[in-house]
Design a protein around this ligand. Structure first.
Ligand SMILES: [Zn+2]
Ligand SMILES: [Zn+2]
Length: 431
């Protein structure tokens, strides 16, 4: 490698991006809201690895799914094993349940998680190869009330993170008992409409006609609108489950619409499927979705444990969130000379022990330069320590928001900061 190449700046991998501090603060707020609200409903965090054996996702999403065929971030590790950066979270949770025999714990199990997922997709606005999801899963609860409660919880979360205008599209995709008859009817309709379908969908018509509903081509969508509807083919049990699910959405007075073409992109769904959409987000208007996957754990070689869940895309959520991150409150130390610097270091340590954030800098500055620096970086407090303060043991404290100045011992000054910040809901009152 030539020295010239060495000097070239290195960019991130296509589809990956940095989240800089100002934006990261919004992420922290959203993640904190998710944790707070999910815990309110009895959910507990389960953290699984980012990297998993490739076969986990091949089995999880079904070999004919678009995610598996096109979008997985798969590579061979140094041990010659095929590994994949998770494209979704559910298969990892299912693997963890089987691995740790979590099904032996009191049911139902309620888990949540927030973190990065990876899809080798064409990057576009609000869509990255490393993207982030909030994920909730419930295992061992058949009752349709849980499907509705998950959606009600999502609405509470949206309210907390200032996302408005969300409505829910709902459907039932039936079960292995009723789906074959529907699949047959759908295959026949799709074959008849073959000349109106894209080549991709013509292939799907034979392998998995349900997937045609996911196609974004206008001609395919138009043809799909004339196809038979799954809700007309549901067995007694699925029909009853769907009816109950809707009745609980009514109970909560949540806005929803039945969308018979909503089958979701994955093979493992049974009964309930839903999508959370924001009207003003344009074509890519879904910010979350989920549904029931009653046979997935069993198909993974685990016990017969039904599941239901929800995933919310954080990038898209942040596109529509009206959340604003407040500027951080902190104290800045202005000092002159080595002795005052040492006093400042110890004072800052004491401030931090009491939970007051501080910034102390080590560039020698004039008093004037100190004050303009404090203003520039947005300090809410400035602690002033010079020769007079050192000899008297009483430091000065400037309230930068109210332009008031105080004098006192370090204990007195910290009390002033704490009381004022509590009144302002600042440093100490925020979380
Ligand atoms: Zn059924
Ligand atoms: Zn198509």
């Amino acid at each position: 490698m030539s020295s010239k190449q060495n000097e070239q700046a290195i960019s991130p991998i296509k589809g990956m991006r940095d989240i800089l501090p100002e934006e990261a603060r919004l992420w922290q707020m959203v993640e904190a809201s998710a944790r707070k609200i999910f815990e309110l409903y009895g959910f507990r965090e389960l953290r699984a690895p980012i990297l998993e054996p490739t076969e986990l996702f091949e089995r999880g999403t079904g070999a004919s799914s678009d995610i598996v065929t096109k979008e997985m971030y798969t590579f061979t590790d140094k041990g010659g094993r095929s590994v994949t950066l998770r494209p979704e979270y559910t298969p990892s949770v299912v693997r963890a349940i089987i691995e740790h025999r979590l099904d032996l714990q009191p049911l139902p199990l309620r888990f949540y998680y927030t973190g990065p997922m990876f899809r080798y997709d064409r990057p576009q606005k609000g869509r990255y190869r490393q993207f982030h999801q909030i994920d909730v899963e419930v295992f061992g609860e058949q009752d349709a009330a849980i499907d509705a409660e998950i959606i009600e919880m999502a609405y509470r979360f949206f309210q907390e993170v200032k996302v408005e205008g969300v409505s829910t599209l709902v459907n039932s995709v039936g079960c292995p008992r009723c789906r074959p008859a529907y699949g047959q009817a759908l295959r026949e309709a799709a074959t008849k409409a073959s000349d109106r379908l894209c080549t991709d969908c013509q292939r799907k018509a034979e392998i998995n006609p349900l997937r045609i509903f996911d196609c974004k081509q206008e001609s395919c969508q138009e043809a799909a609108r004339t196809f038979p509807r799954i809700t007309d083919y549901l067995c007694e049990e699925c029909r009853e489950h769907f009816k109950k699910f809707l009745s609980y959405l009514d109970l909560y007075q949540l806005p929803y619409r039945i969308e018979p073409t909503l089958v979701r992109g994955l093979d493992y769904y049974t009964k309930t499927t839903f999508e959370l959409v924001v009207e003003n987000l344009g074509a890519q208007n879904a910010i979350g979705g989920g549904g029931r996957y009653d046979n997935m754990v069993k198909e993974f070689g685990g016990p017969d444990l039904c599941g239901t869940g929800l995933a919310i895309g954080l990038e898209r959520l942040l596109l529509v969130s009206k959340l604003e991150a407040p500027a951080p409150d902190f104290a800045y130390f202005a000092y002159s000379g080595e002795q005052a610097r040492q006093a400042s270091l110890l004072a800052a340590r004491y401030f931090r022990t009491l939970g007051i954030p501080c910034i102390i800098e080590f560039k020698e500055r004039s008093w004037k330069a100190h004050f303009s620096r404090a203003n520039k970086i947005g300090a809410t407090w400035t602690v002033i320590i010079g020769e007079d303060e050192l000899s008297s043991g009483e430091y000065q404290l400037k309230d930068m928001l109210e332009s008031k100045q105080y004098k006192g011992t370090i204990e007195q000054l910290t009390q002033i900061v704490i009381e004022k910040e509590k009144a302002r809901q600042g440093i100490l009152g925020r979380d």
